[in-house]
Design a protein around this ligand. Sequence first.
Ligand code: ADP
Ligand code: MG
Length: 325
Amino acid sequence: MEFSLIDRIRERTAQGRDDVRLGIGDDAAVVAPPAGQELAIAIDTLVEGVHFPHGTAPADIGWKSLAVNLSDLAAMGASPAWALLALTLPPQSREQLQAFIDGFAEGFAQLAQPHRLALIGGDTTHGALAVSVAVHGFVPPDQALTRAGARVGDVVLVTGTLGDAAAGLQLLQHGARVGEGDGRAAYLIERLNRPTPRLAAGLALRERATACIDVSDGLLADLGHICEASGLGAEIDAPLLPRSSMLLGAFDDVTARDFALAGGDDYELCFTVPPSLVAEVQADLARMGCGATRIGRMVEGYGVRVRDERGQWLEATHRGWDHFA
Ligand code: ADP
Ligand code: MG
């Protein structure tokens, strides 16, 4: 791509790191991985109209495209270091292109900077708007958190609150605007557009969580992945699901529950810990601001079952969606 546009990205995302020997500008980046650490590597693509609504602000796209990847590193207990960015941009005027790049880079940098993440390269091409970010992070040998490893009797917990992003999407689809109304809609839409990757929580879970995943496709789907990888089932108590006052204020209880069970895009961590560690893990994550709520337990068997407030099993009609379903 034109160097002036790449320069705009580079200037706006500049991050000094000693381990970046060669960043944006050559044919490939050159980095020096720290001795004695393992690399955790992830990539995620966001396509307009599929992973974010048409009309999403460029800065929000920049933030989210990095956030969803940092969330994957958080779920592995890795600390982020470097990123690559592949942009596919629709044909547009030079002014529009610059405005998009500037906004995108600003949102990206707002999340990258506090984590000292360096953008070290990428690719730029034309087509329908799509953004791929690849991230690299460090994790001590054998300490990466995985989806496998949950044991019978382990407690299932989740950080933050669930269902906000799905609620935000629903509000957007019904014409809500950020900054309108009593602030509930703005909060929920912000949770959709600017998810907070739980990186500090992920680090705190190293050597404590037996399994961990980030909730991108909905709790039922993602906890289902822990079940599958661990060869177990899980039982969830719906009344325990952590839901924000904004969610509960904007939607009725059943809708809010369904968003929390099956809504995507929250980017909270769902993880399992032995009962003996629950209290200290909860205390640590409370100090980090996100908190962690126990929502159920791992059992022998297969799949996720959900109990309602009367102790009755819910019909499994709401399954978190899969992107290629
Ligand atoms: P090449 O044709 O050799 O791949 P490019 O013109 O695609 O070179 O890229 C030139 C430099 O700019 C490379 O260092 C590349 O990593 C970087 N770059 C290109 N697009 C982006 C982008 N969207 N974000 C960050 N760096 C980029
Ligand atoms: Mg080249």
